[in-house]
Design a protein around this ligand. Sequence first.
Ligand code: SF4
Ligand code: SF4
Length: 459
Amino acid sequence: MLTTDRLNMIDEFGNRRMIIPAEVKGRYRQWKTKIHFVLLLIFLLLPWVQIDGTQAVLLDIPNRHFELFGYVFLSHDSPLLFFLLISFAMAIMLVTALWGRVWCGWACPQTVFIDSVYRKIEYWIEGSYIKRRRLHDGPLTSEKFIKQTLKWMAFAAVSSVFAHSFAAYFTGSRKLIEMMQTNPGENWTYFAMISFFTGLLLFNFGWFREQFCIIMCPYGRFQGVLMDNQTYNVTYDVSRGEPRKGISESGGKKGDCVSCNRCVQVCPTGIDIRNGLQMECIGCTACMDACDEIMMKVKKPEGLISYRPALESKKVNWFRPRVAAYFIILIFSLGGFAYGVNSHRSFSAIFLKTAEEPFQITPDGRVLNHLKVNLHNQAKKDLRLRISVNEKEKFLLTQAGEAHTVEAGKTSLVHLFVGFEKNRLTSNGTVKVQFIIEELNSHEIQKYETQLIGPLSTP
Ligand code: SF4
Ligand code: SF4
């Protein structure tokens, strides 16, 4: 029995009520099947796609090395990551303000994996929802044992594939292949990580399911504040549907709802949308397809449950303040990201003074500074970088070799020794120097100014 006093996934004793939704056919289901297929394909293929020698998407967090569609980003590019995250958050907020939980119902990994992979496997092995419910509620027979064993084995197999794909985003697909060919003991951290992900996916998509959306998902919790009465949501048309069949009303008016309960049977979170918009509704559209099918059978117009705003009397204002605010922030954050990507340089350098001995005085009375330079290659190919100093007549630069080769995506440490006359120092014992770094193939030039130090002059 359904109630609005407690979550529908919990029975009167506080135990979980396993929700086994009925299969549904319809135009939204067809669209979702196609979209889920494309999304799954993107998820599985992206780590294996190479663009210009880099992985399409690589998030190597321990080494702070990120590859995104042909661009390489290192740790100091974190502002770009900030813009990217803000853009993603704003896009979700904007979409939620306009069309409610359309992300949850159509593109969230939780929905895509459960709906289009795990429930499909369940259907192939255990049969229709009526058979599955019977099997779930029935005693442990040999048939139940065999079917459930097969199902969990299939779940484990696909979870392992998804966990490997997921890991490839972080370890790199090439490295993952190498590690898969070696003894797990040689790469036990990755082996443990993939085993953990496999277990987590198995637990979440195989058993935990809708509980994640209802209890744990932070987005599900605050979606209410992102929406207003002009937001399109999956909504039951009360004025048309009520009084539903079985409920009489004075005046003899009869609504279109035939009380078939199909909309409840197909709901993956077990709610009755006729009770109004509820936190548990993930906007999956299953009830819309189910009700449309019934309406066609009883020869009534479709759309008793449909996407519509709560406020129906007025025309929807698409540029209301909250939508405009999300849109403007989204445009700014995307602009910031685009600017950052556009002005992305192929290398960068950080100049540091050695901590041990900041300066020395040479036998001929000159001051000598020892600098350490971290050269970051942010390009996809090896770079040859030549460091020189501006005002060569004032500063004598000594370093190992003419140019420094830095491998693609790597950082090299270079030691520099800069000598200069003591009288160049200002009264506080410092002097500014400008270094010029040139990439010898592309001739990209960058200039860095730093401060050299020496003894304080005695009055
Ligand atoms: S599927 Fe439609 S007709 Fe059937 S109970 Fe739900 S709202 Fe009423
Ligand atoms: S009420 Fe409808 S749209 Fe919402 S979760 Fe249930 S079936 Fe999906």
